[in-house]
Write a protein that binds this ligand. Sequence first.
Ligand SMILES: *Cc1c(COP(=O)(O)O)cnc(C)c1O
Length: 355
Amino acid sequence: MALNIEVELTKAPKQKPDVSRVGFGTVFTDHMFMLDYEEGRGWHSPRVVPYQSISMDPAAKVFHYGQTVFEGLKAYRTADGRILVFRPDQNFKRLNHSNERMSIPHLDVELALEGLKKLVQTDRDWVPETEGTSLYIRPFIIATEPVLGVAASKRYIFMIIMSPVGAYYAEGIRPVKIHVESEFVRAVPGGTGSAKTAGNYAASLKAQEEAALEGYSQVLWLDGVHKKYVEEVGSMNVFFKVNGKVITPALNGSILKGITRDSMIQLLQSWGVPVEERPVSIEELYEAHRAGTLEEAFGTGTAAVISPVGELNWRGEKLIINGGETGELSAKLYETLTGIQSGKLEDKLGWMVQV
Ligand SMILES: *Cc1c(COP(=O)(O)O)cnc(C)c1O
């Protein structure tokens, strides 16, 4: 496809921050990517423009009915100065899965990838170079038709914005304490749990706030029907090492299909570690802990890559995992995946895309 992505460069480049001091997602690069959709015309006018505010009609559907989807991925600078993006095709495939659920028109994956590359190239000086740092990339779509009727919008904007981020573990990996959530649920079968759509996150804030008051950094979500099976941890997928085997909840329609999750499974399989994708009940984990076979637990996602779980609090009982320390397998997975992403380790599985 011959793509003509117009680039309008900023006349006022910003000062680049010291990434070790910026909070996650607080500083944005000089440019952004935009693409418009209108019914009858399809997606059109791909362009890179200076980062700026956008103006919208207050009746735009996204404000009222939350018809919107997003993605999150990262670009890394290698020691020899190349810029690599981790599995971006997977993000745009998943964006289309989310689009399908939210009645948003499909986006051409190739066009989205071209837009992403053009934007990263334009702002390549914004990809930080210190160990552990990266450029976080946030693609998203919003419904912009200014009509209050509850129906799918006839107009959308697709945008990509980018933000330099510091090392997630500036002081080394530290396990987190997790509250097993027994009141609120994140998703139900037939709902929107497998889509990366705003409402899921708005609905998760209450549980997150209440857990934080008790000193827990995230919640472990149980299934929305029985509150029996483990689904995710915060906005990460979750894994358990029990008796030498790795277990992760099967993708059942209410779990987000994490790209880090998929990558971890592939790495484990390549090492000959048995991985089971199946329903995992909280009772099973409780019993394994009692028997001394719950060896490790960790969340996976783009932001942290791995977040080891040192404690699970279930109905006031504290299950301490691996003495509250990062497990060996968690550490190895972390070192391997971040090594591939930063270009230090060979990319045997062909995950990195050079920009
Ligand atoms: C984004 C997300 C994940 C992790 O997906 P990655 O592709 O690994 O970043 C897991 N769960 C939820 C709810 C998410 O939104």
